[in-house]
Design a protein around this ligand. Structure first.
Ligand code: AMP
Ligand code: MG
Length: 499
């Protein structure tokens, strides 16, 4: 791509080529007086775009939805889904408009760019507050190595948007190799639109899961292998969420990516104190999407996807068999992640020895963290420091004892842990831990702090925290407080679906 130029649109993109049953062409609705809030040079590099373009007025107009770039044919897609366990019927991109697919194969969406035929009662807008959260968390997750849609830019506008109070509008530019959701499949299956269902599955398999065409497992059934591959990607995603303490908050099937990406950041939260039953969505009265229920919910959602794919797979038993792998891949991936956080090997996954280590070390530790309401991220940061700096293989666990009330139980656990740790090369343990235990996660209070600054017209903190979250395993001496304990007011932050 030439210097500082706009994305080159490739038309028809792979999604667009599916045809008019899948979307509606439409223009974003311009906003008044758009301004930059933040941009991500990292996303620009990732998608092969010169970040200098993000400084141009042309980019500001294009990414706030105020001007259409040449070659772009914007569209909104239709999907359906299960919300909070119930069939919700047709949904669709109610406020996300896809500008197109770049020549390099990246789909670019503007979230909050106005009404679409799928807006139902909504205004098609997003407010600055929730857009800052989505922008920052997309980039934080990417830097943590967790699959996610990316964010290229965040623009704001004085345009008033009515939520519980009057706020102002913002637009996040999201980027992904594909924005296809489980709900896209459910939509065509529910309407018995077999031709469209097959066209969608064939496109996604050919573009993103080509190995399913030649796989011999599951009777060589490409659609069953596709379901299995999605189940496995989703299992690995969930293992990463659970290990880092990420709560999504709205795991409806329309918010599940067919590529196993984290998508649609709403009332998400990184745990402060470890609380397995934590509910981060203030509107989730039943706790359906509580932190410790996420892995089960993902399986439930995959089951919905399986039902949608059943007409293509053509065999119920094969469909169930394709979903089975979730039940082995998730626990194995989660065990690996948790053991790495502790600097221990996962050399025996699925065996009695491997499971023994998990049962002996990880489960009791999580119980201690829960019983003592220990800060999840800080516990693992301190443990990493203790192991990295250990003399004669003996880590000094005093800084950890300091944050635990029930010291007797912790001391007993420490003995078992130290024995296990002594069997591993210290440099190896330290290396695993430094790559698995972030110092910085986007805690609610950090988001809230930069949101308040931005609402007051100061956008510098958004860009500053972005830089820190893009290197979450490093120490940033100038921003040590962002790695500290949450203030008391953090527990009173309520994040609802209102965004
Ligand atoms: P969510 O739970 O945020 O993933 O949204 C569920 C559905 O509501 C999707 O179809 C969204 O596009 C739609 N939606 C959410 N907020 C709005 C809004 N302000 N205007 C139009 N549609 C919206
Ligand atoms: Mg959604």
């Amino acid at each position: 791509m030439s210097e500082s130029t706009a994305p080159q649109w490739h038309s028809p993109g792979r999604f667009e080529a599916l045809g008019p049953a899948f979307f509606t062409y439409l223009q974003p609705s311009p906003v008044s007086a758009p301004y930059w809030v933040a941009t991500s040079a990292s996303t620009a590099h990732w998608m092969g775009l010169n970040p200098d373009w993000l400084r141009s007025d042309e980019a500001l107009q294009a990414l706030s939805g105020s001007a259409i770039a040449p070659g772009s044919k914007p569209l909104a897609s239709v999907y359906s889904g299960h919300q909070f366990g119930h069939w919700a019927g047709q949904l669709g991109d109610g406020r996300a408009i896809m500008l197109g697919e770049t020549a390099q194969g990246f789909e670019v969406q503007l979230k909050g760019a106005g009404r679409t035929p799928y807006s139902r009662g909504g205004d098609g807008r997003a407010v600055l507050r929730s857009s800052i959260r989505e922008f920052l968390c997309s980039e934080a997750m990417a830097a943590l190595g967790i699959p996610t849609t990316r964010a290229l830019a965040l623009t704001g506008s004085p345009l008033p948007v009515a939520r519980e109070s009057i706020e102002t509008a913002a637009v996040v530019t999201r980027v992904a190799v594909s924005f296809v959701r489980f709900g896209h499949f459910e939509h065509f299956a529910a309407r018995d639109m077999q031709t469209e269902l097959k066209a969608l599955a064939d496109m996604v398999i050919d573009q993103h899961y080509p190995e399913c065409r030649t796989a011999t497992a599951l009777n060589g059934n490409a659609y069953a292998n596709f379901l299995q591959a999605v189940s496995e990607r989703t299992a690995r995603l969930l293992a990463q969420w659970q290990a880092v303490g990420f709560c999504h908050g709205v795991m409806n099937t329309d918010n599940m990516s067919i590529l196993g990406l984290t998508i649609d950041y709403g009332p998400f939260q990184f745990l402060d104190a470890f609380d397995p039953g934590h509910i981060c969505n203030h509107s989730d009265n039943q706790g359906r999407y509580a932190f410790n229920r996420q892995p089960q919910v993902a399986y439930w959602n995959l089951y919905c996807l399986g039902q949608a794919l059943l007409p293509l797979i053509g065999d119920e038993e094969l469909t169930i068999a394709a979903l089975e792998s979730y039940k082995t891949v998730f626990p194995a991936a989660y065990a690996t992640q948790m053991l790495r956080k502790l600097g221990l090997p996962d050399d025996a996954p699925g065996t009695a020895a491997g499971e023994g280590r998990f049962a002996q070390i990880v489960n009791p530790l999580l119980q201690i963290l829960a019983d003592n309401k220990v800060d999840y991220t800080i516990f693992f940061t301190r443990l990493t420091e203790a192991v990295t700096q250990a003399k004669d293989g003996q880590p000094d666990l005093e800084p950890l004892r300091d944050i635990i009330l029930d010291r007797a139980t912790f001391d007993a656990w420490s003995l078992t842990y130290s024995e296990q740790l002594a069997q591993v090369d210290q440099a190896q343990s330290a290396n695993w831990m430094q790559k698995s235990n972030p110092r910085y996660v986007l805690r609610n209070h950090l988001g809230e702090t930069v949101i308040r600054a931005a609402q007051g017209g100061d956008f510098a903190p958004v860009q500053q925290i972005l830089a820190v979250l893009q290197a979450p395993y490093d120490s940033h001496p100038d921003h040590g407080d962002w790695a500290g304990f949450p203030p008391d007011w953090a527990s009173s932050i309520e994040i609802s679906c209102s965004s």
